[in-house]
Each structure stands twice: as structure tokens, then as C-alpha cells.
Ligand binder design. Structure first.
Ligand SMILES: Cc1cc2nc3c(=O)[nH]c(=O)nc-3n(C[C@H](O)[C@H](O)[C@H](O)COP(=O)(O)O)c2cc1C
Length: 404
């Protein structure tokens, strides 16, 4: 997209926004940071929105080495010791948290060396009233501060683990009652200035249209059309590792106990090892179509990561279904997605009979699918968590607290 606002270059703004990383190992502890650059960035940060237009943010810049050392001790007690222990445990194991944990441990060990440590606070305490003006007004400002630093060649690390010791921190810094501490950011010049865009899910995988969970492969057009690729996903966090979910996720009949449409499935006679390309036959029933069977073809089969299939025609499916398992701190995020079409299905028949009702037919179908799919993932969650509890009691293991 071309820049249309004089003085705003979209590419630069986007680059700053998308490469402002949480910097730990590339903070240059040896290069002094001038107060003025921090104040300049706080001036920028103060432009962020604030509930009720009340300027209630207060920033603490810590320079005194004795205070930094005490703060680093608090951080170590609050989380550092655990981070170091965890990083030693998983280093070299290819664990999904390995990089962040090693980096977090590094920061815990070196925090006192940061040239400046910034603690944003806000006047007020969150009282759950839903009124604006309290700390909902500060996170965006802290982020502006980080981006402004990045644009100038400095880096920061947004951290909150110290808040586990918020009372001790308040005492150390003389923060009065009624003031809320929000985060703690070590700040320094960065070693090198190039930072990568982080791997994040694409917008269409995290954005819904006109209702939670509703996705579109293209479009949506106005009015909504089958050709836009309507879909949905549901997700749940399961307190079990992916390998405990996999047997249920890859069990083609598991959903039958939870869905009011899907009745069960059997592998095709020709199938040896189930894998990509394997055929199974799904049995279904609903009040409009009665009983029907449908050929399905596995098109995703990566153990402990993803399992999916397409229905009726592998090249022009009536629908596509897939599970993803993403490891997150202390759990697995299980996601079950569907996309209708692009090929013909019961839905296209209904639309052909009542073309003017197409958007409504799609919306109702998606809603019904979401309800069934929600029951299925909750069924998998219950089964896998049950297995995890059994495993833990067999091995006598304790669970660890998660890292953000
Ligand atoms: C609310 C929140 C709390 C965080 N707390 C800590 C923390 O205590 N210690 C730490 O080292 N990193 C902390 N982080 C940083 C995250 O680990 C970091 O954002 C994540 O690793 C992704 O890195 P990236 O933003 O550079 O892509 C926190 C981030 C957020 C948003």
C-alpha cells in the first residue's frame, strides 16, 4: 500500500512495529544510554490513548546501580531462578520454549547490568468496575515506548515476572499505595540493528467476521457467498502434551460420541497404514438429509501436530476439516477447523434451492458445525487430561509454572 499521509512512510512504520522484539541477549550493557533519549520516547509513549483522557501514567527510570542490583535480586526470586533451572533442563532438546527460556534466563542473570531499567506505573488500582482510565490505559503506551526506542536503535524487554514481588518492589522504589506497577523494561542500545519479523499466525487465522470463530478463506463478499470459502474454528487449551492428544485427534470415529451429525467412520478396505491419501468412509445423519455416507481422504497427517481430511472429492472437496496442536506454556492448544467447499455438498444443494437465502444458510450451517466441533474438542480435552493425570500419578511428577 502506498503512503498517502505526508510524513508517514508506511513501510518504515510497519517495519518498526513488526520488528520491535523483546530483546534480551542483544542488549548492549556496555554502551551508556542518555536520559534524554528515554524522555523523548516517553513523550512519544504519552501520546497513546488513555481512558477518559486522563494523564495518569507515571514512569520510573532506574539508574542507581544499588537499586538495580536489588531489583535484579527480586526478579531472580520471583522468576529468574526458575527460568535458569528450566533453561538448563530444556537446552539442546528442541523444546518449543527452548529459545525463549534460554533468553529469559540470560536476562535474569544479567538484569543489573542494563544501563537503564524502566518501570511504568499508573495512578489507580484495577477494581474490576470496567471503567476506563486505569491500567487499560498504559499497556499501549508502554508498547509505543518500546517501538520509539526501536526506531532509535535501542531495545527493551517487556517483562512482568517481577510483579510476583510487587510489594517488595513498591517498597524498594517508594511507590505509594494506590499506584499500580505494570511492567519492567531493561533498556539498552542493541547489538546490531536488524531484528526479524516473528513467526505469528496470519491475520485470517486469528480474525473472525461477524461472530467469534467464523472465518473466510476469501472474502467475505457482501452478501456472504459460498464462493468466499466460509469456515470456522474452535479451540481449547488442553493440559497435556500433544502426544496424549494425538490418539484421539487421529481417531476417525472419536467425534461420533460428541457430534449430533457424525455417526462414525471406517477405513477403506484398501488402507494399510493410515496416512496422507488414506480413505475412510464417514456415516452421518441429520434431520434434513437423513442418513448418508461420504468418502473422506486424509490430507494432513503429522504426528502430534496436525490431522485433517477432505470430504467427497480430494481435488474439489465439499468440505475440509483439520486439527492443529500447538504447544503452549504448560499445555497444548487444540484447534479444530472446517472450511466449506469449494466443491459441492449438501449445503450447495440447499443454496441452489433457495439462492436468495444463501448468506443465512451459510451462517446457520457454520453455527451448527461450531457447536458440534466445540463438543468434540472438549471431549478430546477431557480424555487427554485424564490420561495426563494418570501418567502424572504413575510417575509422581509435579507440573511447572508457565513462562509468558
Ligand atoms: C504480559 C507479558 C509478560 C512478559 N513477561 C516476561 C518476563 O517476565 N520475562 C521475560 O523474560 N519475558 C517476558 N515477556 C516477553 C515474552 O516472553 C516475549 O514477548 C515472547 O518471547 C515473544 O518475543 P517477541 O515479542 O520478541 O516476539 C512478557 C511478555 C508479555 C506480553
Amino acid at each position: 500500500m502506498d503512503s498517502v499521509v505526508p510524513g508517514i512512510d508506511i513501510a518504515s512504520v510497519d517495519k518498526a512495529l513488526s520488528t520491535t522484539r523483546v530483546v534480551r541477549r542483544r542488549l548492549d550493557f556496555d554502551r551508556p544510554v542518555d536520559d534524554q533519549v528515554l524522555l523523548d520516547c516517553i513523550d512519544i509513549a504519552e501520546q497513546a490513548p488513555t481512558g477518559g483522557n486522563q494523564g495518569s501514567r507515571r514512569w520510573i527510570i532506574i539508574r542507581d546501580q544499588r537499586v538495580k542490583v536489588k531489583l535484579a535480586e527480586l526478579y531472580m526470586e520471583a522468576a529468574g531462578e526458575w527460568m535458569i533451572e528450566a533453561s538448563e533442563r530444556i537446552v539442546g532438546t528442541d523444546h518449543p520454549q527452548e529459545k525463549v527460556m534460554v533468553s529469559a534466563a540470560f536476562l535474569a542473570e544479567h538484569l543489573a547490568e542494563a544501563p537503564a531499567i524502566v518501570i511504568p506505573t499508573i495512578i489507580g488500582e484495577h477494581d474490576g468496575s470496567g471503567r476506563p482510565g486505569l491500567f487499560d490505559s498504559i499497556i499501549q503506551s508502554v508498547w509505543s515506548f518500546s517501538v520509539a526506542l526501536r526506531a532509535r536503535g535501542l531495545g527493551s524487554a517487556y517483562t512482568t515476572a517481577i510483579l510476583g514481588k510487587r510489594d517488595e518492589l513498591a517498597e524498594l522504589l517508594g511507590v505509594p499505595e494506590g499506584i499500580t506497577q505494570i511492567a519492567m523494561l531493561p533498556v539498552a542500545w542493541t547489538k546490531g540493528t536488524e531484528f526479524r519479523v516473528a513467526p505469528r499466525l496470519p491475520a485470517r487465522d486469528v480474525t473472525f467476521f461477524d461472530g467469534y470463530g467464523r472465518t473466510w478463506a476469501q472474502g467475505p463478499s457482501e452478501p456472504n457467498r459460498h464462493a468466499d470459502g466460509p469456515g470456522a474454528f474452535v479451540e481449547v487449551d488442553v493440559k497435556a502434551p500433544p502426544q496424549l492428544l494425538w490418539p484421539y485427534v487421529s481417531d476417525i470415529s472419536f467425534s461420533a460420541d460428541y457430534s449430533d451429525e457424525f455417526k462414525g467412520a471406517r477405513w477403506g478396505d484398501e488402507v494399510g497404514e493410515p496416512g496422507v491419501g488414506a480413505r475412510f468412509i464417514g456415516a452421518n445423519n441429520n434431520e434434513f438429509l437423513g442418513d448418508w455416507e461420504i468418502d473422506c481422504f486424509v490430507n494432513r497427517h503429522e504426528e502430534n501436530r496436525t490431522f485433517g481430511w477432505v470430504s467427497s472429492d480430494a481435488d474439489n472437496p465439499g468440505a475440509q476439516w483439520w486439527f492443529d496442536m500447538m504447544p503452549i506454556a504448560g499445555a497444548t492448544r487444540l484447534r479444530f477447523s472446517v472450511r466449506i467447499g469449494p466443491g459441492p455438498s449438501g449445503l450447495t444443494m440447499a443454496i441452489a434451492n433457495m439462492p436468495d437465502k444463501e448468506p443465512r444458510i451459510i451462517a446457520r450451517r457454520i453455527q451448527g458445525l461450531q457447536e458440534n466441533m466445540t463438543r468434540v474438542i472438549n471431549g478430546i480435552k477431557a480424555a487427554a487430561e485424564n490420561d495426563a493425570t494418570e501418567q502424572r500419578s504413575e510417575h509422581g511428577t509435579k507440573s511447572k509454572p508457565p513462562l509468558h
